[in-house]
Design a protein around this ligand. Structure first.
Ligand code: PLP
Length: 421
C-alpha cells in the first residue's frame, strides 16, 4: 500500500501559517473591516459552526440549551453573552443584522418581521405621549397610517411637509419635536430630501433624523454617513431582490438601537431565521443587482421621456429632474424605479398597465422581475384624495420597478402597451 510522505507534507504546511478555522475566520473578520461595500455584502457576519459549512446555516430553533442551570442563569441575566430565545436572538438573524449594519456604516442593526415592524419599533422605542414628528409628506401609505392612526392614538402627533422644501421642515418644528422622518428618494415620485441639511436641522433641535433607505439600499446611499441617526429598510424590496420574504431592519448606533431592540423583543415582531437566511443570500448579489437595475432604469426613463403618450417622467437620473444635482451629491446611482404620467386619466393608466405582457401587475418593487403599479389605487389607495393630491400622486401615474430582464424586452413591452393609448 502506498504510504504518503507525511513528514514532508507536515513540513510544508507547518512552514505556511497553519491556522485553525476559528483563527482563519478571525483573520477574515479583520480583513473585512477595511473591505469595500460589495465585499462586505457577501462576507460580513458569517460564522461557520462546528460543521464547517460554507454557506450560512439556518438556525431553525426557537430556544437554545445550556450545560448547567448556572450557565442558563448567567446567559438570561446578561452576565455572559449568548443566545436565549429566538424572539430576542438567533444566529441566522444576527448574521443578517451584522452584515447590513456594516453595509450602512452603523454599529448595530435590529431586524424585524417587516419594514412596518421596524418603523413601529423605531418610533415606539424612542417616542412617548406628547412627542411630535415632522415627516415628509411623500412616504409609503402604511407609514402615514402608522403616524395618523396608531401613534396619534397614543398622543404622538405628526406634521407633514414637502421633503424638498428646507424652509417647510424648519417651520414645522415645535418644542416637542423628537424626530424627523424622510424617505429619499420617495415612492413613487422620486422626491428627495437633503439628508445632510436635515440632519443638522434635527440635531439643532435635539431631534433624531430617521431615513427610509428602501429605494437606494446601502449600495447607492448611506444616510448615516450623511448625518442621519437611524436608517431603516423594508428588506422585502431590494435586500431580498426576488420578492420572496417580508422583513425589515433598523440600523444606527448601539445607544439608539437599544430602545428599538427593547421594544421589538417585547412586542415580538422579530424576523424569522428562514427570512434572515433569504436576506443574507440576497445581500450577496445586491451590489451587482443594483447596478443592473439602475442602468436599465436610466435607459427606460430617457426612452419614456421621448414617447408621445407620456406626459411626464419622474426619475432623479434625468437632467430634467429638479433635484438631479442633489441626487448626484447624496447618491451613487439613481435607483431602479421609474414613474411616469400617461396623457389622459385613470382609465388611460389602467389601459396601459393592462396591456403589458411581460411586466407583473403588483404593488411590490425591488424584484428581479419588472413590476408595474397604479399607485393611486393600490399602494397609496388608503390615503385620502386630498393627501394624495398634496403628495402629487395623480390618477394617470404609473410606477415601474425595472427588473433584471434583458432591457430590450422591458422597453418593447411598454412600447406596445403605450401604443394602445
Ligand atoms: C418605501 C417603503 N418603506 C417601507 C415599507 C414597508 O415595508 P414592509 O412592507 O416590509 O412592511 C414599504 C413597503 O412597500 C415601502 O415601500
Amino acid at each position: 500500500m502506498m504510504m504518503y510522505p507525511l513528514p514532508l507534507i507536515c513540513k510544508v504546511s507547518c512552514n505556511m501559517e497553519n491556522l485553525s478555522l476559528t483563527q482563519r475566520q478571525q483573520r477574515q473578520k479583520e480583513f473585512l473591516k477595511k473591505a469595500a461595500l460589495g465585499t462586505r455584502a457577501i462576507r460580513s457576519g458569517s460564522v461557520s459552526s462546528v460543521e464547517q459549512e460554507h454557506n450560512d446555516a439556518i438556525y431553525a430553533t426557537s430556544s437554545f440549551i445550556y450545560g448547567s442551570a448556572q450557565e442558563a442563569a448567567s446567559c438570561f441575566s446578561g452576565v455572559t453573552e449568548g443566545n436565549i430565545y429566538s424572539r430576542f436572538t438567533n444566529p441566522t438573524v444576527r448574521t443578517f443584522e451584522q452584515r447590513i449594519a456594516t453595509m450602512e456604516g452603523g454599529e448595530r442593526a435590529v431586524a424585524a418581521s417587516s419594514g412596518m415592524a421596524a418603523l413601529t419599533s423605531i418610533f415606539l422605542g424612542h417616542l412617548k405621549q406628547g412627542d411630535h414628528i415632522v415627516s415628509s409628506r411623500s412616504i409609503f401609505g402604511s407609514i402615514v397610517g402608522l403616524f395618523d392612526n396608531i401613534l396619534a392614538k397614543l398622543g404622538i402627533t405628526t406634521t407633514y411637509v414637502n421633503p424638498a422644501d428646507d424652509q417647510a421642515w424648519q417651520a414645522a418644528i415645535k418644542p416637542n419635536t423628537k424626530a424627523l422622518f424622510l424617505e429619499s428618494p420617495s415612492n413613487p415620485l422620486a422626491e428627495l430630501g437633503d439628508i445632510a441639511a436635515l440632519a443638522k436641522l434635527a440635531h439643532s433641535h435635539h431631534a433624531l433624523l430617521v431615513v427610509d433607505n428602501c429605494f437606494c439600499t446601502p449600495i447607492l446611499q448611506n444616510p448615516l454617513a450623511l448625518g442621519a441617526d437611524i436608517v431603516m429598510h423594508s428588506a422585502t424590496k431590494y435586500l431580498d431582490g426576488q420578492g420572496r420574504c417580508v422583513g425589515g431592519v433598523a440600523i444606527g448606533s448601539e445607544e439608539l438601537m437599544e430602545p428599538v431592540f427593547a421594544f421589538l423583543r417585547t412586542a415580538g415582531t422579530s424576523m424569522s431565521p428562514f427570512n434572515a437566511w433569504v436576506f443574507i443570500n440576497g445581500l450577496e448579489t445586491l451590489s451587482l443587482r443594483m447596478q443592473a437595475h439602475c442602468s436599465s432604469a436610466l435607459r427606460l426613463a430617457r426612452w419614456l421621456q421621448q414617447q408621445p403618450q407620456v406626459e411626464r417622467v419622474y426619475y432623479t437620473g434625468l437632467d430634467s429632474h429638479p433635484q438631479h444635482q442633489l441626487a448626484t451629491r447624496q447618491q451613487r446611482l439613481f435607483g431602479g424605479v421609474v414613474s411616469f404620467e400617461v396623457k389622459g386619466d385613470q382609465a388611460a393608466a389602467w389601459r396601459c398597465i393592462d396591456e403589458t405582457r411581460l411586466l407583473s401587475i403588483t404593488g411590490n418593487f425591488g424584484d428581479a422581475k419588472s413590476t408595474v403599479t397604479h399607485p393611486a389605487t393600490t399602494t397609496h389607495g388608503k390615503m385620502t384624495a386630498t393627501a394624495r393630491g398634496l403628495a402629487g400622486i395623480k390618477d394617470n401615474l404609473i410606477r415601474v420597478s425595472v427588473g433584471l430582464e434583458d432591457y430590450q424586452d422591458i422597453e418593447q413591452d411598454l412600447a406596445q402597451a403605450l401604443s394602445k393609448l
